[in-house]
Design a protein around this ligand. Structure first.
Ligand code: ZN
Length: 157
């Protein structure tokens, strides 16, 4: 299996069987996001504990395989990390999906880097970039607990 096939395999797997697709009961932050170009919608639920650590995270939503896979991989990856690490990972991911060839965050292990790199294929399709970034922008909004819905049409990526 070459790298491209591996990447497609991982996206299909997460797209078909998204992890953390539910509403957790004990969330203390949440946010919604919408990508009108593709019709993707996501609602992120976040439980941040007293040590600023992501105790639990889940999402509800509907949309294309890329948006679902991205939310699934993201929620799996940030669980158990602290807020500062999560913010650093978000900006690393957004840089990668925009222009950088690789991820550079020390807060992501190699296995998780491979999963995130699966999404790098969207760089060739500018319209799909927003599918991949929707849940990440929405996570930022959830962390900041801002109540405005994220709309990818009002953002650069
Ligand atoms: Zn989409």
């Amino acid at each position: 299996m070459n790298l491209k096939e591996l990447y497609q395999e991982i996206i299909l797997d997460h797209g078909k069987n998204p992890r953390n697709l539910k509403k957790i009961e004990n969330f203390n932050n949440d946010a919604t996001g919408h990508n009108p170009l593709c019709g993707d919608k996501v609602h992120i639920y976040l439980n941040i504990n007293n040590n600023n650590k992501v105790e639990d995270i889940s999402f509800e939503g509907s949309g294309c395989a890329i948006s679902m896979a991205s939310a699934s991989i993201m929620t799996d990856l940030v669980k158990g990390k602290d807020e500062t690490e999560v913010k650093e990972i978000i900006s690393d991911f957004l840089d990668m999906i925009k222009e950088k060839p690789e991820l550079s965050s020390k807060n992501i292990n190699e296995e998780d880097k491979t999963k995130l790199m699966c999404l790098s294929g969207v760089k060739k399709y500018p319209m799909r970039v927003k599918c991949a970034t929707l849940s990440w922008h929405t996570l930022t909004s959830a962390i900041n607990n801002s109540k405005d819905e994220i709309n990818t049409e009002k953002m650069d990526t």
